[in-house]
Design a protein around this ligand. Structure first.
Ligand SMILES: [Zn+2]
Length: 100
C-alpha cells in the first residue's frame, strides 16, 4: 500500500522550500537576524547558536553540530515520521513552486 516517493520529489522538497521561510513563517520557530545571519532556536538544544545557508538550503546548529534540511527540521520539530513529513511539506512545496 505504501506509495513510493520519488527521489526527484525528495530533492525538490529539500531544495525548493526556502529553509529560513519554512522555519520562521511555517513552523514559527523563534528566529532572528544577527550579524547578518538568520538564526533560529535549535529544536534539539534550544540555543540560538545556528545559521542557515542559502546555497545548500540547510539550517545548521553549531552546538549540536547538526545540519537540517527542510525534511529533517519538520521531522525533528514536530516529531513526525518521514511519510507524514513529506505529506506535510507537499502543499508548502506547491505554494513555493507557484510563486517562484
Ligand atoms: Zn542545537
Amino acid at each position: 500500500m505504501a506509495k513510493r516517493i520519488s527521489g526527484e520529489l525528495l530533492r525538490k522538497l529539500r531544495n525548493d522550500i526556502p529553509i529560513d521561510i519554512l522555519i520562521a513563517r511555517v513552523l514559527k520557530i523563534p528566529s532572528k537576524y544577527s550579524e547578518g545571519y538568520f538564526r533560529f532556536l535549535c529544536p534539539v538544544c534550544n540555543e540560538f547558536n545556528t545559521a542557515t545557508k542559502k546555497e545548500t538550503n540547510l539550517a545548521r546548529c553549531f552546538r549540536c553540530n547538526k545540519n537540517f534540511n527542510p525534511i529533517d527540521i519538520v521531522m525533528t520539530y514536530y516529531n513526525k515520521n518521514f511519510l507524514d513529513t513529506v505529506k506535510f511539506l507537499m502543499p508548502i512545496f506547491a505554494y513555493f513552486n507557484k510563486v517562484s
